[in-house]
Design a protein around this ligand. Structure first.
Ligand code: CUA
Length: 258
């Protein structure tokens, strides 16, 4: 027969009281302050784009975004002796990242940010590869990380950062994550690049053709599955809530991308 002492009883009651308080506070946070669990971590800005952030001359934070079929950034240089905190997420499907010659091995999962810290002691070029089959371009999905000595690092020419377009149409495309799948500079992606798109004639899946004009872009945004361009793309376009004024801005911007 199990016997419970006075002290044990007291501990059980205190634990129950704590649990009730905790549940109460959680309910309060959810209902009153609208604290929710994130459904998709990559909604968090810092992890939506690949970049190298400098914390100190020997400490870097490197955000990789894996997407069909490349890692962003594709080419990174850090000085020897650096500690690099690597964060990895995916923009479309599950990818994997291994860095040959290190024990870095992370999965790139949409909505998840994975992390590892690597210290690079000596100058060397590291190859990064995708190790999860992710579609037809999987075997081309690679990147490089260059570890160079301090003098070379200091002397390297820093490329001027490309200014972000200021057109309101671009801001809408960016805010609605359209630029995740459609590049504006001709880079291949999940969807067609916007560069040179306007005015082109596209072949549809049913064999007919369509001119990419205002009407087509408007229809494509409002009813993505009405006219599907013949099979190059692995994923259908999702629906977005854009007003007709916003769609006009977007069309105007796409027209400028000759
Ligand atoms: Cu990405 Cu395989």
């Amino acid at each position: 027969m199990l016997s419970v002492t006075q002290l044990e009883k007291r501990i059980i009651w205190i634990s129950l009281a704590f649990a009730v308080v905790l549940l109460g506070l959680s309910a309060l946070a959810i209902n009153l302050f609208h604290v929710g669990l994130p459904t998709c971590l990559t909604d968090i800005k810092p992890f939506q784009k690949g970049e190298l952030i400098t914390h100190s001359p020997t400490h870097y934070e490197l955000h990789y975004v894996a997407r069909m079929w490349k890692f962003e950034p594709e080419d990174v240089t850090v000085p020897a002796g650096s500690t690099v905190d690597i964060y990895l997420s995916a923009a479309d499907v599950t990818h994997g990242l291994i860095m040959l010659g290190t024990n870095l091995n992370l999965m790139a999962v949409p909505g998840v940010v994975n992390y590892a810290r690597v210290k690079f002691d000596k100058p060397r070029v590291y190859q990064l590869l995708c190790h999860e089959f992710c579609g037809t371009g999987h075997d081309r999905m690679a990147a490089e990380l260059h570890v160079v000595d301090a003098a070379t690092f200091a002397a390297r020419p820093s490329p001027p950062p490309a200014p972000e377009p200021t057109h309101p149409g671009y801001k809408l495309l960016d805010a609605n994550l359209c630029t995740t799948c459609h590049s504006i500079d001709g880079q291949p992606g999940i969807g067609p690049t916007f560069k040179g798109l306007y005015g082109r004639t596209e072949k549809l899946r049913d064999g007919s053709t369509v001119a990419v004009n205002d009407a087509f872009i408007r229809e494509k945004i409002l009813h993505p599955d009405a006219k599907i361009v013949a099979g190059r793309f692995e994923q259908e376009m999702p629906k977005t809530d854009l007003s007709s004024e916003e769609i006009e801005e977007i069309i105007e911007y796409i027209q400028t991308l000759k």
